[in-house]
Design a binder for this molecule. Sequence first.
Ligand code: EPU
Length: 419
Amino acid sequence: MQRLVIEGEKKLSGELCVHGAKNSALPLLAACVLARGETVLGNCPKLSDVYAACRILSCLGCKCVREGEKVVVNTDGLTHFDVPDELMREMRSSIVFLGAILGRLGKCRLSFPGGCELGPRPIDMHIAALRKMGAAIKEEHGTLDCDVGNGLHGEKIVLSFPSVGATENIILAAVTAKGTTVIHNAAREPEISDLARFLNSCGARISGYGENSVYIEGVERLGGCEYDVMPDRIVAATYLSAGAVTGSEITIKNVRLSDIEAIVPVFEQMGCIVCPYSDRIYINAKKPLKAVRTIRTMPFPGFPTDAQAVVMSALTKAKGTSIVVENIFQNRFRHVDELVRMGADIKAEGKVAVIDGVRRLYGAPVRATDLRGGAALVVAGLGAEGTTEVCDIKYIDRGYENIEKAFSSVGGAVKRIQE
Ligand code: EPU
């Protein structure tokens, strides 16, 4: 068991570089299944979820090798169409392999992903869309057995909610289906656009991505390509939050400003000076933080649910009352009790959290209960007086590459301890 030990209230200064996005790398690795031959994914982050996706590729018969920042996938040996239960359980988002495996092999067997630490995670929209496109899907004994018979065909799919995973699965299934698929009310997250651009580089014909309706014209086959994973916008939000809560001045490199347009104004409202440059962003939080108007998490281009917890950590020290409304997941305030242990004044009920800013946070032993909630505790620890010990950091390692090294490089005192 490992823990992070943080000596708080150190000023941060210098430059932090954002690594590749987990939520793009995972669907891109699944998409490799569709590409014949070799694909090279650059800027691929070293995260436990990425390693889990590579293990799934190996189980399917692909070769998957890491070479520094790159992951090289060769699908010549791809023959298996089932994902073992333990790998499905390791990473809920492995459901995105469904559309890709069906598209390539016409069959797929995997276990139902079930709920997770954020609450129920149904996949009804994924299944309904794939059925409409011609897949026969049996759900029995916790397993999904899928077969496309004579192949998938293009369809008009209207999503009742712009689900990121459902949009990705439909795109993956549609790229080699017969005819054209249209997804209305598609998710518009930048990771969807990254997936579409990657698939187009492999020979797919996808347009409209990043907008409400995505059009996918089926092609015969895809080939490998070289592609760089986009930078992680939630890691960028985490670094901004760390700068704010410690009253520091830092520059964050490898950021795409268009991806964080809903996040930057929140820091400006807190009283920080934020200067965006073409691929970097500077934050100066030397003035005391102020509370913000209500933050509502929404599908992109709204404020991202994944940034809610880390921004809340900064708000715990912002003078006045801030309100956060979580609209995407049912159970995404589990970090609140841990922040309260550190002296934060937060009341959460249902979808709403009310944060009354305190002058000081105090270091305490706390537990990460999910990925972003865990990162929020690290952010709070950086801004707290004394020592914070975060346990269960396996959650944090799912989405942050060497978080202790990143913060230590700008003057934070964060150590990983092996028990
Ligand atoms: N939903 C349904 N039915 C479905 C699909 C989704 O009811 O068939 C519901 C979900 O239960 C949830 C909401 O719709 O309440 C949004 O789910 P969505 O499908 O958009 O999310 P996801 O694809 O499961 C991805 C990210 C999450 C991120 C969400 C929202 C990956 C691997 N995961 O999940 O990232 O919070 O989109 O932006 O891309 C994280 O990185 O910490 C994380 C949880």
